[in-house]
Design a protein. Structure first.
Length: 113
């Protein structure tokens, strides 16, 4: 194809495009359903990838929340262990003004006669 013929074909293609006959000239009318189907599949792929991105973002956000909650859980567990120590309990009782103290002798069992 020479330069002049290429110009002619290109000019005819542009004219056909503006007239709305371009798809008919290239023979796409036979494959119109296939073209529509390909565009539909492309849209489905784009939509699915957006949904997957949204889901992955939510998963990352939830991982961060779970990490924060596990740190808080460990801190609360440490506080609970600290509160259960006998010395801490005795100090709290003294602060409240209670006369209770840690027993000095082991408990005595009372026997029935």
């Amino acid at each position: 194809m020479t330069g002049g013929q290429f110009k002619q074909v290109l000019l005819e293609g542009v004219k056909a495009l503006f007239k709305g006959e371009f798809l008919l000239r290239i023979g796409a009318d036979k494959y119109f359903i296939h073209i529509i189907y390909a565009f539909f599949l492309a849209l489905v792929v784009i939509w699915l990838s957006l949904r997957i991105d949204t889901t992955l973002m939510a998963v990352e956000k939830n991982k961060a929340v779970l990490n924060d909650l596990s740190i808080q859980y460990a801190a609360k567990t440490g506080e609970l262990v600290k509160m259960n120590r006998i010395s801490t309990v005795q100090e709290q009782l003294r602060k409240l003004g209670s006369p209770l103290e840690i027993p000095q002798q082991p408990p005595v069992t009372v026997k029935k006669k």
